[in-house]
Design a protein around this ligand. Sequence first.
Ligand code: FAD
Length: 286
Amino acid sequence: MTRISDLLAAGPTWSFEFFPPKTPEGATSLRAAVDELATLAPDFVSVTYGAGGSTRSTTRDVVVEINTNRAFPAMPHLTCVGHTRAELVDLLEDYRAHGIHNVLALAGDPPADGSDPGGDYTYASELVELVHEVDHFTVAVAAFPEVHPRSPDRASDRRYLAAKLAGADFAMTQFFWEVDHYRRLVEELGELGCDTPILPGVMPFVNVAGARRMSAMNNTHIPDSLQERMDEVADDPEATRKLGVTVATELVAELLEDDVCGIHLYALNRANSILEIYDNLGINPA
Ligand code: FAD
């Protein structure tokens, strides 16, 4: 049984994030990406979950397939908004039955149109409690270095996050473009007496408009210097991808100097950018 909390304690870990494919072609290219990235011997991978359960079975199938057939564990993301307790318990029991012992517990976003999502839960901390009731999973939670977009202020964001982390084994962060945001998060949690490991997330972007849109949605500031670099490549897909690799390499190198517990790379279901980041850093797979 591999617990990610143990891996982090012996870190730094290297991990990749995938999303569940929507089409048979997407499933084929995800398998190819997992095959290629397996050569890097990651410590674990994670698989996202569509809020409200839109990818319930595809997330589950990808996680079970990787966890069963690979030498590294797969951790499902799971959101609670819009779900009943019974639905979540079913899924957690299914994961347990398939030897999955690590779960990323999230709230998920409420519907964009403001309608009532239904279900029994509002906050991720409630899902953390439920996961512990079902079994001894290692539980990860989300952290937003630049404050969650729905938080009314920084102080309450940090207070709720520290309270959530009191019941969790580690946090994984939203992506950021300046390491100082991550450092400040760790420092502010420390001031609240929280020293739970905070695993930084790094996204090698492949599309300028997409990176800008996701940054705006997540409250992630893009510094002027990066905006200018993005402007220069915006019309050239390969130059954009290369810039995404360069920026991610710079972030990872700086994070490693800080002795972080690990690096979580948003693989976006492709291998090439991740392979190039490893190459740039001179990392040899184990
Ligand atoms: P919470 O921790 O519940 O926080 C949400 C907001 O509520 C914050 O503003 C917080 O301060 C506030 N809050 C918390 N507790 C309380 C309380 N008791 N009273 C009042 N306010 C409170 N989404 C997906 O749909 N699928 C995914 O796979 C996915 N993966 C993610 C992975 C990572 C690493 C990250 C960082 C985010 C991910 N998300 C995913 C996005 C996430 O679901 C959304 O950002 C969601 O809006 C918040 O989730 P949370 O778990 O941070 O919520």
